[in-house]
Design a protein around this ligand. Structure first.
Ligand code: SF4
Ligand code: SF4
Length: 386
């Protein structure tokens, strides 16, 4: 490529067009540009969000952190532009293949960890831009970070608009898009924010299984299945367990029901494809019996290890309590007797209570020594959630 000499304003626009061409060449499905100007209007919104308890349990999400994130120059002082990019990953409808009791893993976590994929492609874009500019650039690559207001950046860049389910809706892809950013000292002509919005639609709000979308654009994270299955390390609140359906890692309901995601283009993104059925619809019995080695072999390199083996097994116990039948009682009883993690034994007791297996729970009352599991056993016997 010939190095370019920049002279405003046409060169800035020309550069914007070249950036998008290079982003596409590096496997980035969509890209758009905004300036590095701050987002002061978001500070108050995020403070109210924190005060209302919507991010309770995420100790890193503080008011100071929220304020910091509203100005990208706090992170990268010489920034002039932010290139917002997206990796689209809708691969078409998918159904459980058989009658085996299986859980569901959120679509973004089926394949390789998208953080690595996006970072690799953004590095390719950075190298191409340096060649184009004929100098090394002062840049920073960001993927899934709370250090900038990622979706607001994407919305101001016109990549899409902020949906009532708090996802970015990207024309042609819906919300099946993982976001990343290249912050740079290059002065690139910004794109125009989208004028689209959700209008009167409330489908995602009406269909959220746990009613976690408490108002448009606001997710109460402690009630969101995505937070519960991935971030929550302890017992899942009893009142939420029956609402969690068969999700064992994340939840896609508010995306699946959205008319814009329903119209998404199928993309051939190998990195986002599951290596096996266990990365997509894992057998719940297997999750309850899974060894550390099996967990590592199946999920290493995907986003799933974030929840750890015990988290996934805990979630499997809840899923069996929700979709299981009499045929699932023996494996739950075995889990209650023998699983090495108290958190999993406790949730197995809950699931057995749900399936009406009082005898199998009672069989463990003399042998269980863990105080937390004993409490779950008592509750499952005295007040089984049906
Ligand atoms: Fe509700 Fe699931 Fe969306 Fe969370 S991810 S807001 S639980 S539909
Ligand atoms: Fe917006 Fe409707 Fe999609 Fe929710 S389901 S994000 S309200 S368009």
């Amino acid at each position: 490529m010939e190095p370019i000499t920049l002279s405003p304003p046409d060169a800035r626009k020309q550069l914007a067009a070249q950036v998008k061409m290079l982003a596409a060449r590096n496997g980035l499905s969509v890209s758009a540009i905004t300036s590095a100007e701050p987002f002061p209007e978001l500070a108050g919104f995020m403070e109210r969000h924190i005060e209302a308890g919507h991010v309770e349990g995420m100790d890193w999400f503080t008011v100071d952190r929220a304020r910091f994130s509203t100005d990208v120059r706090n992170l990268h002082p010489h920034a002039k532009s932010v290139i917002s990019v997206g990796l689209a990953y809708w691969s078409g409808p998918a159904e459980k293949p058989d009658d085996v009791p299986r859980g569901r893993i959120s679509r973004y976590a089926w394949g390789r960890d998208y953080h690595r994929t996006l970072k690799r492609r953004l590095k390719g874009l950075q190298a191409d831009l340096e060649e184009l500019a004929g100098r090394s650039l002062d840049t920073r690559i960001l993927v899934d970070t709370a250090r900038i207001v990622e979706r607001a950046v994407a919305a101001r860049a016109g990549l899409g608009w902020y949906g009532k389910n708090a996802n970015l809706i990207v024309p042609g892809h819906g919300s099946w898009v993982m976001l990343g950013e290249l912050v740079t000292d290059l002065d690139i002509a910004p794109d125009i924010p989208s004028e689209k919005n959700c209008g009167k639609c409330t489908i995602c709000i009406d269909n959220c299984p746990t009613h976690a979308i408490v108002e448009p654009y606001t997710i109460h994270a402690p009630h969101c299945i995505s937070y519960l299955t991935i971030e929550e390390r302890g017992p899942i609140p009893h009142e939420l367990r029956p609402l969690m359906q068969d999700w064992v890692y994340g939840c896609d309901v508010c995306q699946e029901v959205c008319p814009y995601t329903g119209a998404a283009k199928v993309v051939d993104e190998t990195d986002m494809q599951p290596a096996s059925i266990s990365n997509q619809f894992p057998c719940l019995h297997w999750l309850l019996r899974m060894t550390d080695e099996e967990f590592g072999q199946t999920y290493f390199g995907t986003p799933v290890p974030r929840t750890k083996r015990r988290g996934l097994a805990r979630n499997a116990a809840i899923a069996l309590g929700n979709i299981g039948t009499e045929a699932d009682i023996p494996v739950l009883a075995l889990t209650l007797r023998e699983h090495d993690e108290p958190i999993v034994r406790g949730h197995a007791a809950w699931a057995l209570g749900r399936l009406g297996a009082a005898a199998e729970i009672r069989a463990c009352t003399q042998t269980e020594s863990d105080e937390y599991v004993r409490q779950e056993i008592d509750l499952a016997l005295t007040n089984p959630a049906r």
